[in-house]
Design a protein around this ligand. Structure first.
Ligand SMILES: Nc1nc2c(c(=O)[nH]1)N[C@H]1C(S)=C(S)[C@@H](COP(=O)(O)OP(=O)(O)OC[C@H]3O[C@@H](n4cnc5c(=O)[nH]c(N)nc54)[C@H](O)[C@@H]3O)O[C@H]1N2
Ligand SMILES: Nc1nc2c(c(=O)[nH]1)N[C@H]1C(S)=C(S)[C@@H](COP(=O)(O)OP(=O)(O)OC[C@H]3O[C@@H](n4cnc5c(=O)[nH]c(N)nc54)[C@H](O)[C@@H]3O)O[C@H]1N2
Ligand SMILES: [Mo]
Length: 704
């Protein structure tokens, strides 16, 4: 009998989820089983995790994981499957793809997003495979591409302030962002700043979890932030609060900008934003008076028709006031372009045959139902499109097509998996190698497998290697191992990566990029001019206004009064604190913490509709409808309703979720989805009386 104590060791990994914090993880392993997950010693993580990822073992060892390849036995959408072998699964896929590709490979569509953000399994062997196949190219635009395009115009790329400096700021503007929910480790640094006396201002149509803890909350109407930023510039320039030296040396187009913002009086912006002109003036003066002022933009404000312009306009502010001179000044949307990793080596665009068409995932529903040539096969991985893509009724009718061959590679049997012809089991982060950059800090990380794959689960990269071999793709790059891919990501002469090797990362878990604390104190923006570009030739070449301006939402009272008459409320569906997009939204602990799906509605809007607390309401527009429990609260401003998301449809009381209502229309830049540009009406659905425990009746709906 072996009486030796179980051997316990720590494996260094990284959180794979789509979140700016990309945490370092320490996985404790005992006898081949992971027994604990803790925050690693990477400075941004500093040993703490969010409540979801602290329970990552519940995800890895969930009884509901898919562990074997399966094929569908019932009708599409019903979710009945039967176990098959990997050989049968791969042979089936290779045969179907080969037959379809013989006609036109563009009839095959990869459908992926950010289920994992490790580069090996996010954008490596998969891209090689689809490039070589000649499949349709997918434009991945569900989240950030409008904002990304906006900062690229003004700053030259996805670069900005170092989030590890924010604790020294004296003023922090949290703009379209909810760090308590979605950027926790940035928030802990904001709290340090607050304890030191810094002022925290939040700009958000909803008094979100973060706003509760800020000093000042401004609540503009959704999609109107560019007007607010332009009016701030009006005040800053008009009152001479600028840093003339910084402007002269490090910016382009100041005279043109001055002329443009002259039209943007605080009164004009106030009418658009639905806030007070006096507040805009105060905000502009306080911002300009504080050199150590950091603006944290996040994605909430760019999920609108004018999302690109909004981010572009806000990104001009620190160059006007010279806040870039301070490490704790400037503006941050994302840090991704500081890395300079070798994405070409990973994705191998040189393998492309011909010039395949591009399909935008923001309009997946239209693509699956009307594209010409039609999509005959869809390969879904890292993505739950039935739950997360806009206008789900169309997405579902696409996946319902009998003549569509659908492969889904997943950890769980999601809403999308139910439509698969072939369902493949995926590994979780504890079971594979990967390399991680981040969009919210400046560290590179190695993620190493802590345990063997559960059941017959395989990583994304491995499945594409096996498929490539079956399809006769004999280029050597299809035989690269996962660690080869990690090394190739670092094959780069980017100065920020100097001295960082895969071996060092494996040993330490992480390494910081070589980026100075105040990256643009002396200019050096990665724009064509090297300056912060108020006036942009790049924008002009894209057919856009060379100067910042306000692009109104597609769906609001000013831009579409007829629509607003039928559907008068602006509907937003921001991330739920207990979920990560639709990930975790199937695990018992997260569902228990989240409770029932709710709609937050202001008392004024509830009263005129006869809606009382806890009533069941129908939220609807021309695209669809679903039912929610009403929460009557002044958290949302009048005219705005909010439904924290993204719930799995099949785990929601009425089998539907927020994306029944959202639109496939795209933003002004980056082909981006416009989830929060969405008008709805709300009605109380039940006039019945529910019985309370004390026997009294509580009407669900009151006469308005
Ligand atoms: N717990 C948790 N964390 C997450 C996620 C999650 O689902 N749950 N998702 C992850 C992902 S993929 C992303 S992209 C990030 C998202 O992180 P954020 O960008 O912070 O999330 P959002 O809720 O989209 O936007 C934040 C805020 O924007 C507000 N907002 C909506 N429209 C507007 C507007 O027009 N103007 C302004 N000023 N504000 C507006 C919303 O009310 C919300 O409070 O979080 C990541 N982290
Ligand atoms: N209404 C509304 N809709 C939204 C949003 C919103 O705010 N409101 N937010 C949008 C945003 S910001 C985003 S980023 C998108 C997110 O959309 P997605 O990127 O689709 O994110 P998830 O919903 O988390 O689904 C990812 C899936 O990938 C799977 N997965 C994880 N790791 C792996 C792996 O290694 N291999 C494979 N094969 N699968 C894996 C997970 O199990 C999960 O089911 O949703 C968007 N949808
Ligand atoms: Mo996202």
């Amino acid at each position: 009998m072996d009486t030796s104590p179980p051997s316990r060791h720590i494996v260094k990994a990284a959180c794979p989820h789509d979140c700016p914090d990309t945490c370092a993880l320490d996985i404790s392993v005992e006898d081949g089983r992971a027994v604990a997950v803790r925050g690693g010693d990477m400075p941004f993580t500093a040993g703490t995790l969010c409540t979801k990822v602290a329970r990552y073992l519940d995800r890895t060892y969930a009884p509901s994981r898919i562990l074997y390849p399966m094929k569908r036995t019932g009708p599409k959408g019903e979710g009945r499957f039967k176990r098959i072998s990997w050989d049968e699964a791969l042979d089936t896929i290779a045969a179907r793809f080969t037959a379809i590709a013989a006609g036109d490979p563009q009839q095959i569509l990869p459908v992926s997003y950010a289920g994992t953000m490790g580069l090996v399994n996010f954008a490596g062997m998969d891209r090689r495979f689809f490039h070589r196949l000649g499949a349709t190219l997918l434009e991945r635009t569900l989240c950030s591409s409008a904002g990304k395009a906006g900062v690229k115009i003004t700053l030259g790329g996805s670069v900005g302030s170092d989030p590890e400096q924010v604790q020294d700021a004296n003023l922090i503007l949290i703009w379209g962002s909810n760090p308590v929910t979605s950027n926790l480790h940035f928030w802990s640094r904001c709290q340090q700043a607050k304890r030191r006396g810094a002022k925290l201002v939040i700009i958000d149509p909803r008094r979100n979890e973060t706003a509760e803890k800020c000093d000042w909350h401004l609540a503009p109407l959704p999609g109107t932030d560019a007007a607010l930023a332009l009016a701030m510039m009006h005040v800053i320039i008009g009152e001479g609060l600028t840093d003339a030296g910084y402007i002269a040396r490090h910016t382009l187009g100041f005279d043109e900008l001055e002329k443009r913002v002259r039209e943007w009086t605080p009164q004009r912006a106030a009418a658009i934003c639905g806030i007070k002109a006096a507040d805009i003036i105060t905000l502009a003066r306080e911002y300009a008076a504080t050199r150590k002022a950091m603006i944290r933009i996040n994605y909430g404000l760019q999920r609108h028709a004018g999302g690109g312009m909004a981010v572009r306009s806000i990104a001009c502010l620190p160059a006007l006031t010279g806040a870039w001179r301070e490490p704790s000044g400037g503006v941050l949307l994302m840090t991704s372009d500081f890395y300079g990793m070798n994405h070409r080596a990973l994705e191998r665009p040189d393998l492309l045959r011909g010039k395949p068409r591009t399909i935008n995932i923001a309009a997946l529903g239209d693509a699956l139902t009307t594209a010409d040539p039609p999509v005959k096969a869809a390969y879904v991985y890292n993505n739950n499109p039935v739950a997360v893509c806009p206008d789900s009724r169309k997405v579902i009718s696409g996946f319902m097509r009998d003549d569509l061959f659908t492969v889904v590679h997943e950890i769980f049997q999601t809403d999308t998996a139910d439509y698969a012809d072939i369902l493949l089991p995926a590994t979780t982060q504890l079971e594979h190698f990967d390399i991680h950059k981040s969009y919210g800090h400046l560290y590179v990380q190695a993620s190493q497998p802590a345990i063997a794959p559960l059941g017959e689960a395989k990583p994304n990269a491995e499945v594409f290697r096996l498929l490539a071999a079956r399809m006769g793709f004999d280029e050597p790059c299809f035989r690269d191992s996962d660690e080869d891919l990690c090394r190739q990501a670092l094959h780069s002469d980017a100065p920020a990566l100097k001295g960082i090797t895969w071996e060092i990362l494996k040993e330490n878990g992480w390494a910081r990029l070589d980026v100075p604390a105040a990256p643009f104190a002396n200019g050096g923006f990665p724009t064509p001019s090297g300056k912060c570009e108020f006036w942009s030739e790049t924008a002009q070449a894209l057919g856009l206004d060379p100067l910042p301006d306000y692009t109104p939402p597609r769906e609001n009272a000013a831009s579409n009064p007829q629509l607003a008459q039928r559907y008068p409320l602006a509907f937003i569906s921001p991330p739920h604190r207990h979920f990560l997009n639709s990930s975790f939204a199937n695990l018992d602990f997260a569902l228990k913490d989240a409770g029932v799906p709710t709609l937050e509605i202001h008392p004024d809007d509830a009263n005129v509709r006869g809606i009382v607390e806890d009533a069941e309401v129908r939220v609807f527009n021309g695209r669809g409808e679903y039912h929610l429990r009403a929460r009557i609260t002044d958290r949302v401003r009048p005219g705005v309703v909010s439904a924290p998301s993204v719930w799995w449809k099949k785990l929601s009381p009425d089998g539907r979720n927020a994306n029944e209502l959202t639109s496939q229309a795209i933003a002004d830049m980056g082909g981006a989805a416009t989830y929060y540009d969405c008008l709805v009406e709300v009605a109380c659905t039940k006039r019945s009386h529910r019985t309370e425990p004390d026997g009294t009746g509580q009407p669900d709906c009151m006469p308005p």
